[in-house]
Design a protein around this ligand. Structure first.
Ligand SMILES: [Zn+2]
Length: 291
């Protein structure tokens, strides 16, 4: 059961990984649980995967924020949420989808009201080079930011190649609670985001990229979170979609990067997620699963 999950990871000693993670084997207590996956797209798993995926969430108690990239994805996430107490569905329009929704934002207001946080939203000028689309991205992102400010909701943000501009918009809208997902940009905006109290999720690229490891070192322990960005994230990094328990490998990598024990890091991540939730009773489902 140990083999494979960390084979491609230079950062980790696989034998140590297997030994440390025997708790995940059957009949062993789940010592690190609950775990946090603060950015995942459960709706993107094919139906045939969903049963095993949800079983693993239950077994390993992986509390998962299923961030939608479009309103239809949110509807599917809501159905998945009904099947597991470890899932929270949230509405977003991914920057890649912004051109399709920019003229239909008002149609989303009802779904926005029901969504307990917003994501995945943001800007992506790295993958999307077309300047016309950037304008659509800004409009969609700002639409969600102004709703987040008005409704006091957390935002789950994608910032590729547009980190400084995304930060400027977060500042302009006075966003206080944010999760910066898979940050891979320069150090300077990251430092300003840290100063604003935002949290940062690290995922599978942490296992293979020295740049991401160095960024992870710059984030204070009290603002770190784990993610998988499953199934697309691991697919982008390793060529294959992963199961939810890849979050344990990510957690161990984060522990190594910060020079601490995996159990200690797991406790920090759990406490960080609870602190971010605070007394937001719309997120009670998450805080209950985390306790
Ligand atoms: Zn994502």
């Amino acid at each position: 059961m140990c083999a494979g999950s960390s084979a491609a990871i230079g950062l980790l000693d696989e034998s140590q990984w297997c030994r440390d993670n025997t708790f995940t084997m059957e009949n062993k207590p789940c010592e690190l649980c609950p775990l946090v996956d603060a950015h995942v797209h459960l709706d993107e798993y094919p139906d045939t995967w969903l049963g095993p995926v949800l079983r693993q969430l239950e077994e390993d108690r992986i509390v998962s924020i299923s961030t939608a990239m479009a309103p239809q994805a949110y509807e599917r996430s809501l159905l998945i949420q009904e099947r597991s107490e470890f899932v929270l569905a949230t509405l977003g329009v991914h920057p890649w989808n912004a051109p399709y929704f920019v003229t239909r934002l008002d149609e989303m207001k009802e779904q926005m009201g029901s969504s307990p946080m917003f994501g995945e939203i943001g800007l992506d000028f790295r993958k999307v080079q077309d300047g016309m689309q950037h304008e659509a991205q800004r409009r969609v992102f700002e639409f969600f930011l102004s709703a987040a400010k008005e409704q006091g909701k957390i935002v789950n943000v994608h910032t590729w190649g547009a980190e400084a501009e995304a930060l400027e918009l977060l500042e302009r809208h006075g966003i206080e609670r944010g999760i910066m997902h898979w940050y891979a940009g320069p150090s300077e905006p990251l430092q300003r985001m840290v100063a604003r109290g935002y949290y940062f999720t690290f995922g599978s690229e942490l296992l293979v990229s020295e740049q991401i490891q160095s960024l992870a070192r710059e984030v204070p322990i009290g603002q770190l979170l784990t993610e998988t960005d499953n199934p697309g994230g691991p697919q982008l990094v390793f060529g294959d979609a992963a199961m939810p328990d890849i979050v344990k490998t990510v957690l161990e990598a984060l522990a190594i990067v910060h020079g601490m024990d995996i159990a200690e890091m797991a406790e920090h991540i759990r406490a960080n997620m609870l602190r971010l939730i605070g007394d937001d009773n719309r997120l009670e489902r998450l805080s209950t699963a985390l306790r």
